[in-house]
Design a protein around this ligand. Structure first.
Ligand SMILES: NC(=O)c1ccc[n+]([C@@H]2O[C@H](COP(=O)([O-])OP(=O)(O)OC[C@H]3O[C@@H](n4cnc5c(N)ncnc54)[C@H](OP(=O)(O)O)[C@@H]3O)[C@@H](O)[C@H]2O)c1
Length: 318
């Protein structure tokens, strides 16, 4: 699979990385319904077989469970992929999730992630959300300290806007950003992506298929019957009136994909990869066959006519 230089980290990463949110399983507010670890491990192995060289996870996914599943999958793997994780979302004994960017909390979270992931150092450590806003500087200084101590190799942020990126930059260089970016969420095109391109900040965009909505496998019936413990059952884009409009977009992606032998999801991912500021896309998968259905996006190049067809839909039906 093609690789790209990941901004200031200097790492060469494949244009698709494996996203491990859903493999965290259910039992917390961000769960995706039931998930078998065996399927998750199979999906991670399939991604590696396809040449994917990095995995994104977070401490909060499944309240530590996603990191444990990643560690299990990587046991005995001859060439370990890069492992990226995140801090800032913390939880108590009852599983209530809160935010902290206090230095002692960030440092404790890092120790917990190192233990769960069973790695000597985290390849990229990211602040998950800029919350609380007033503690951004303190949290980012703690991240820079962890890098100096060698516990993490590179540091980045997620969900930061340009103002917040600049505040972090005043403390220590920001190597990477992880923003949401898809056809259903493209606000970062205006200011954030151009700022990252100008400042050599590597960008890995998340939810390029809008968490499954743009795959072609999420029809009206499935979206309206998602189990209660799947967070998507509470999301407006998976409900009317937005759902019908979003499925109309999927029909266009299906037609474009058919000409390339690609799935609608691959078209959705390739659309994000066309942006010059985007280094690579983080794509979630829950089973090995799902991974097979998305990796082709790394080599899919949409032509001007295809891009114009998508742009005109997005403009006509914002
Ligand atoms: N930093 C942040 O705040 C943040 C937020 C969100 C995500 N992320 C990261 O980004 C990653 C990717 O985002 P995401 O998981 O939300 O969304 P995504 O990559 O847009 O969609 C992934 C989902 O699509 C479905 N899918 C995958 N391959 C498929 C296929 N071949 N055919 C049909 N359906 C398929 C699966 O869900 P179903 O089978 O259940 O439909 C899968 O969980 C996450 O795992 C996480 O690492 C970060």
């Amino acid at each position: 699979m093609e690789t790209e230089r990941f901004g200031r980290t200097g790492l060469d990463v494949t244009r698709i990385g494996f996203g491990s949110w859903a493999v965290g399983g259910s039992g917390w507010f961000g769960g995706w319904g039931s998930q078998e670890d065996e399927d998750s491990i199979g999906a991670i192995h399939r991604a590696l077989e396809n040449g994917v060289n990095w995995i994104d996870t977070a401490a909060v996914y499944g309240l530590g469970h996603s990191e444990e599943v990643v560690a299990q999958a990587l046991k005995g793997v001859s060439e370990r992929p890069y492992v990226f994780t995140k801090c800032e979302l913390v939880w108590d004994e009852e599983g209530n999730v809160g935010n902290s960017l206090k230095a002692d909390s960030v440092k404790k979270e890092c120790e917990d992630s190192l233990r769960r992931l069973n790695v000597e150092a985290i390849d990229l450590y990211q602040i998950h959300w800029p919350n609380p806003d007033e503690d951004i500087e303190e949290g980012w200084q703690a991240m820079a300290d962890l890098k100096s101590e060698g516990k993490v190799r590179h540091i980045g942020v997620s969900n930061f806007d340009v103002g917040q990126l600049k505040r972090a930059e005043a403390v220590a260089p920001v190597e990477t950003l992880q923003p949401p970016y898809s056809m259903l969420n493209w606000g970062v095109e205006e200011e954030t992506l151009p700022y990252c391109a100008e400042n050599d900040i590597g960008v890995i965009n998340y939810s390029p298929m809008f968490s499954g909505l743009l795959t072609g496998k999420m029809d009206k019936e499935r979206a309206q019957n998602l189990p209660e413990d799947d967070w998507r059952s509470r999301h407006a884009e998976f409900q009317e009136p937005r759902l019908s409009r979003n499925l109309e977009l999927v029909e266009i992606l299906e037609k474009i994909g058919a000409a390339h032998g690609s799935s609608p999801g691959e078209v959705a991912i390739a659309w994000t990869l066309r942006h010059p500021a985007v280094t690579a896309a983080i794509v979630g998968g829950r089973r090995p066959d799902q991974v097979d259905g998305v990796v082709g996006a790394a080599d899919l190049h949409l032509d001007d006519l295809e891009l114009a067809r998508i742009e005109s839909f997005l403009k006509e039906k914002p």
